[in-house]
Design a protein around this ligand. Structure first.
Ligand code: BGC
Ligand code: NOJ
Length: 818
């Protein structure tokens, strides 16, 4: 069943009932200030770093689900008998019965509209461009024919900034909470007296009739969010928090005549002061930055203006790649939601979602490089800056910290290094950036190694070290050593862990020095040629030759030692035993090495590529996507690590780990099999499962990291939505390889590989300063092949469209055929 629908013109997903099978969320903010926002107004916000600078508290894995948010309580004095009718218009936390409910998640904003007893409520929530706050514009409308006396109470719960301490260190926390109240503004200033120079402000643009800042006073010690005492009493208590749990609640009394509306602008902001200007006087914080922010958004008109600017921003961004096709599901995913998710993964990496607590993980070296594949066309300058940040954490030998911290931008020692696929993703990311922009200048940027300026060298040298790292770290079969693990973090071939709780990611009890990865070899063969091109185009001919040879050697190693007869092997373990072979009892075949090898074109000539993907189809395919391996590991294998720790069908142990499905999709396009490519694309694409939401459970507008595989009890159920490399790779697969509009070093390559029943479609693509309007005519009904290309009315030779760079629009007509 469906819980909503896509409104493509508005670029919104409209949720029509609040009790979705899981909280369906959205992200507010796209620069420094972010909010997670669920369809029932749950979630939290933070400034830049979800762990260190969290403004509001959220209770992960709590009951009921989705506890904590920006809540508005309404007490309608003219309904519900003498005590008034108390309800929450976002449904949660009171689970109020509503006569109307709708939540629209849009690009960087969400709106909730609801009604009860003739009182209508609307909430528009967003983070304005360039400011560090959330705006919640609330409108109350009396739709009844009697006068209404409304008490409205806002409510947020402050987090004491460090989200980890906030949830653990109560012996301290319960004594440090501090607030200040001035008029309608509630300031949260815990720790400001000592080492912080920032505070939060929760304000509304009208005079208030009371406030509360002490949680226990507002809620009552034994009440939940669904029964705040102050609201039921109809009176704020004007409590001033001192220790315990500071909250922010405004009490507003509103009189509404029939038909009358009133609008309130609530702002939740993050403010910083220079160290020497922290105080107005002793103990009283300097409110200048807050005043400035709140003056700016002091009226509904100002909020509307900021909202309009946000909409314009997104309209322009998504205008850089648009799709029009008969298949609306594909068109809306590729044209809107997939790109939107790419922005979110670019911003968040894997830090804050409803599955990532925002506490544990920084920016992944591998993750962030891949994320930018789906983002670089949107804001190339930000991709450029990101590349330089990532590269600066690389070690001089080319290896990398697995993660770095977004605030300090330094490599994270705790997670360590030694994931031997990491270095290659830097080449992949930089190549994507150069193909998009033509900016070879980035290669000459001086970039530190290990954040040490003294070790700085050009970005090109970073790429070389990445490349060389793979060349020089090979094992007995000439295949790359896997190190801690490769892309599959759970293939921990040197870990050998027996101790519960020991991290699979950082433990190495068995430094075999021989465990090898066929996947890394395939990544090398895929991304290596880009390195060769980069060398060639920057006058580094000798290096290009050396690199080409290394790639040929590696490809030979895959051919000689990476083929299992029907598919590509996955790896060799620490004892030199095959993984992903028919010789194995479980884990006979894996998806990753097969998808990537074919992407790289290995085995194209001798039929192995086709055979490999046929085997993938035969052994790994399901109704909901392609599982990672088969048969699932039934027991824990100490020599394999975490992959075998998961119950069969979940996560890396034979789950449908969506990130790698597009590798097969792209592989299928390399084989020219458009029907199969599209089938693999649609199976994991959420829009195609909208009416199956009870099983899938996650948002129908975003990809999930994992869908339970066929061995799992809940086959087809998704988890870990939003923050996944699936976003970038599916966007690459659909935009570049299926619809076939692919940036290459020389221009825009047109190379569609579509299902034969896709008769025509249009793509517009902004590329290096010009707009390409590309109409593809496939009335011939082929899967691949181009008969002719017309550019602005003239026949064009070859499949690469030139770089016009003239700020103009160009019309391209592509006729497919044999
Ligand atoms: C998960 C992986 C993840 C890794 C690192 C494992 O438990 O299964 O998907 O990459 O942890 O956080
Ligand atoms: C999630 C991690 O973010 C990613 O880096 C990894 O490749 C996959 N898990 C597979 O293990």
């Amino acid at each position: 069943m469906q819980y909503g629908y896509f409104d493509d013109n508005a670029r919104e997903y409209v949720i029509t009932r609040p009790d979705t099978p899981y909280p369906w969320i959205n992200y507010l903010g796209c620069e420094d200030f972010y909010g997670l926002f669920s369809n029932t107004s749950g979630g939290y916000c933070f400034y830049r770093d979800a762990r260190m600078l969290r403004l509001t508290r959220y209770r992960y894995n709590n009951v009921p689900a989705d506890s904590g948010g920006r809540y508005f309580y309404l007490r309608d004095g003219s309904a519900g008998g003498g005590g008034g009718d108390v309800w929450t218009p976002s449904w949660m936390p009171m689970k109020s019965e509503l006569s109307r409910y709708e939540c629209r998640h849009g690009m960087g904003y969400s709106r909730i509209s609801s009604a009860r007893n003739g009182l209508a409520f609307s909430q528009v929530s967003f983070v304005p461009l360039h400011d560090t706050c959330e705006i919640h514009k609330i409108t109350l409308t009396n739709e009844s024919n009697i006068d209404k006396r409304i008490d409205m109470f806002s409510f947020i719960e402050f987090c004491l900034w460090n989200a980890n301490d906030d949830m653990t260190n109560f012996q301290r926390n319960f004594s440090i909470g501090e607030v200040e109240i001035e008029g309608s503004r509630i300031y949260h200033k815990t720790e400001y007296r000592e080492r912080r120079n920032h505070y939060a402000v929760w304000a509304v643009n009208v005079p208030i009739d009371g406030f509360d800042t002490d949680r226990q006073t507002f809620l009552g010690l034994y009440n939940g969010f669904d029964h705040p005492q102050a609201v039921f009493d109809g009176e704020a208590k004007n409590s001033v928090a001192s220790g315990w749990a500071p909250v922010g609640s405004h009490h507003i009394k509103a009189r509404l005549a029939p038909g009358e509306s009133k609008t309130f602008v609530f702002v939740l902001g993050y403010c910083e002061n220079p160290e020497d200007q922290k105080w107005e006087k002793q103990g009283i914080i300097n409110k200048k930055p807050a005043n400035k922010l709140l003056e700016k958004y002091g009226t509904p008109d100002a909020a509307d203006e900021a909202f309009a600017a946000l909409n314009e921003y997104w309209k322009a961004l998504l205008g850089r790649f648009t799709v029009d096709a008969e298949d609306k599901k594909m068109a809306r995913m590729a044209g809107i939601w997939n790109q939107y998710q790419c922005m979110v993964t670019f911003n968040m990496s894997r830090s804050a979602s409803y599955f990532e607590s925002g506490i544990g993980r920084g920016m992944g070296f591998r993750d962030s490089n891949q994320d930018l594949l789906g983002f670089v066309h949107l804001v190339p300058e930000r991709a450029r800056a990101r590349i330089l940040d990532i590269a600066a954490t690389q070690f001089p030998d080319g290896s990398a910290y697995h993660q770095y911290q977004p605030l300090t931008k330094r490599g994270n020692n705790e997670i360590g290094s030694g994931f031997n696929d990491d270095p290659l993703w830097l080449i992949c990311g930089v190549a994507a950036y150069i193909k998009e922009t033509g900016d070879y200048g980035i290669l000459e940027e001086k970039v530190p190694f290990d954040n040490n300026e003294a070790l700085a060298d050009t970005l090109f040298i970073h790429l070389k070290r990445s490349f060389d790292y793979t060349v020089t770290h090979t094992g007995p079969h000439g295949l790359p050593l896997i190190g801690r693990a490769d892309w599959n973090d759970c293939l921990n071939l040197n870990c050998f862990s027996k101790t519960p709780g020991e991290s699979f990611q950082t433990t190495a009890n068995f430094e075999s020095g021989i465990a090898e990865s066929v996947l890394i070899a395939a990544i090398f063969a895929f991304t290596g040629p880009d390195y060769v091109e980069i060398c060639r185009r920057t006058g580094r001919g000798d290096e290009a030759q050396y690199a080409e040879k290394a790639i040929a050697t590696m490809t030979e190693a895959v051919n000689n030692h990476g083929w299992d007869g029907g598919w590509f092997l996955r790896a060799y373990d620490a004892h030199g035993k095959k993984i992903g072979s028919r010789e194995c009892e479980d884990g006979k075949i894996f998806i990753e090495s097969n998808g990537f090898a074919v992407m790289a074109g290995i085995g194209l000539k001798d039929g192995r590529a086709q055979k490999a993907l046929d085997s993938v189809k035969e052994h790994l395919d399901t109704k909901y996507g392609i599982v990672l391996l088969q048969p699932a590991y039934k027991d824990y294998h100490i020599e394999l690590g975490e992959v075998s720790s998961y119950p069969p069908g979940y996560k890396e142990n034979a789950g449908i780990f969506c990130h790698n499905n597009p590798w097969v999709t792209i592989g299928e396009t390399v084989l020219g099999r458009g029907n199969r490519a599209f089938e693999t694309y649609t199976k994991i694409c959420p829009a195609y499962r909208e009416d199956d939401s009870d099983l899938r459970r996650m948002e129908p507008y975003v990809y999930a990291q994992m869908v339970a595989g066929k061995d799992a009890v809940r086959h087809g159920e998704a988890k870990n939505s939003w923050l996944t490399g699936t976003a970038a790779w599916t966007f690459v697969s659909i935009s570049q390889y299926i619809l076939g509009v692919r940036p290459v070093f020389d221009g825009l390559l047109i190379d569609p590989c579509v299902p034969s029943n896709m008769k025509n479609y249009t793509v517009t693509r902004h590329f290096r300063g010009a707009d390409y309007h590309i109409m593809v005519d496939n009335s011939a009904g082929v899967e691949k092949g181009i008969k002719s290309i017309m550019v602005d009315g003239n026949p064009h030779n070859g499949a690469v469209l030139p770089v016009f760079g003239d700020n103009k629009a160009h019309n391209i007509i592509v006729t497919m055929g044999k």
